[in-house]
Design a protein around this ligand. Structure first.
Ligand code: NDP
Length: 250
């Protein structure tokens, strides 16, 4: 299935590393103009350089901001211009036993994983609505939104909230032809994945519960994101799409 984003403008948050970075590059290779948003400047510099060295990759526009800061985000994105495709990918995973969760951990996690996704989507969707051109938004959630994982109380709660946000956004933005869906991966061995799952025994305890018997690759997640962003999923709205090898089916 050929997917082209020629003539489209995409914005990807958390584009410095992992899934977000690979998504930004894939979108650019499929012809989209891409704005990459993250908070570590060095990551943006290396991403822009990587795109520049790839003959199939038009240039990527970098925006450096800490998305947990509402006002800084408003300021950083005020001149971002029209966006047709949004990937709300930035998140943090701070793992602690439930009884040790701190207010700081709670606030930071909800600010990045939920509040920033809502805020960036508001900024982008207001423009989509005003232009009357529709659009597609993909929120990156997790299997942890629907399955309890030890030491993941806050992370699970943020992703559960994000799933519900996806559904309400789909409901309210649908009439403007703005589709909103989420992709919910199992473990992917990015920097974030390594925080929780580097220990082989722990990894085995998870892969043994996944019918396909393995973690997801970054590319598995990116392919589902591209599908949901594209017109190939033109009638799909409000869907929570597991990319989990069957984990949530069990
Ligand atoms: P990474 O930690 O590898 O990358 C996350 C990116 O988000 C980084 O570039 C990071 O920047 C950025 N980011 C984090 N906080 C902020 C912030 N406050 N402001 C701006 N940018 C920020 O994560 P993954 O690629 O693994 O995860 C991507 C998405 O996939 C997340 O939503 C995650 O919850 C989800 N997911 C991941 C799974 C996994 O096992 N990896 C499993 C299921 C879902 P910096 O490095 O500077 O903090």
């Amino acid at each position: 299935m050929e997917i082209s984003f020629s003539g489209k403008r995409a914005l990807v948050t958390g584009a410095g590393k992992g899934i977000g970075r690979a998504t930004a590059l894939a979108l650019a290779r499929c012809g989209s103009e891409v704005t990459a948003v993250t908070r570590t400047k060095a990551d943006l510099e290396s991403l822009v350089q990587e795109a520049a060295f790839d003959p199939q990759c038009p240039s990527i526009k970098p925006v450096c901001v800490d998305l947990s800061d509402w006002d800084a985000t408003e300021q950083a994105l005020k001149d971002v211009g029209p966006v047709d495709l949004l990937v709300n990918n930035a998140a943090c995973a701070k793992l602690q036993p439930f009884l040790e969760v701190t207010p700081d951990q709670f606030d930071t996690s909800f600010n990045v994983n939920v509040k920033a996704a809502l805020h960036v989507a508001q900024i982008v969707a207001r423009g989509m609505k005003a232009r009357g051109s529709g659009g597609s938004i993909v929120n990156i959630s997790s299997q942890a939104s629907q399955s309890a994982l030890r030491d993941h109380a806050v992370y699970c709660a943020t992703k559960g909230a994000l799933d519900m946000l996806t559904r309400v956004m789909a409901l309210e933005l649908g009439p403007y032809q703005i589709r909103v869906n989420s992709v919910n991966p199992t473990v992917v061995m990015t920097d974030m994945g390594k925080i929780g799952w580097s220990d082989p025994e722990k990894a085995k305890s998870m892969t043994s519960r996944i019918p396909l018997g393995k973690f997801a690759e970054v590319e598995d997640v990116v392919n589902s994101i591209l599908f949901l962003l594209s017109d190939k999923s033109a009638m799909t709205n409000g869907v929570i799409l597991p990319v989990d090898g069957g984990f949530l089916a069990c």
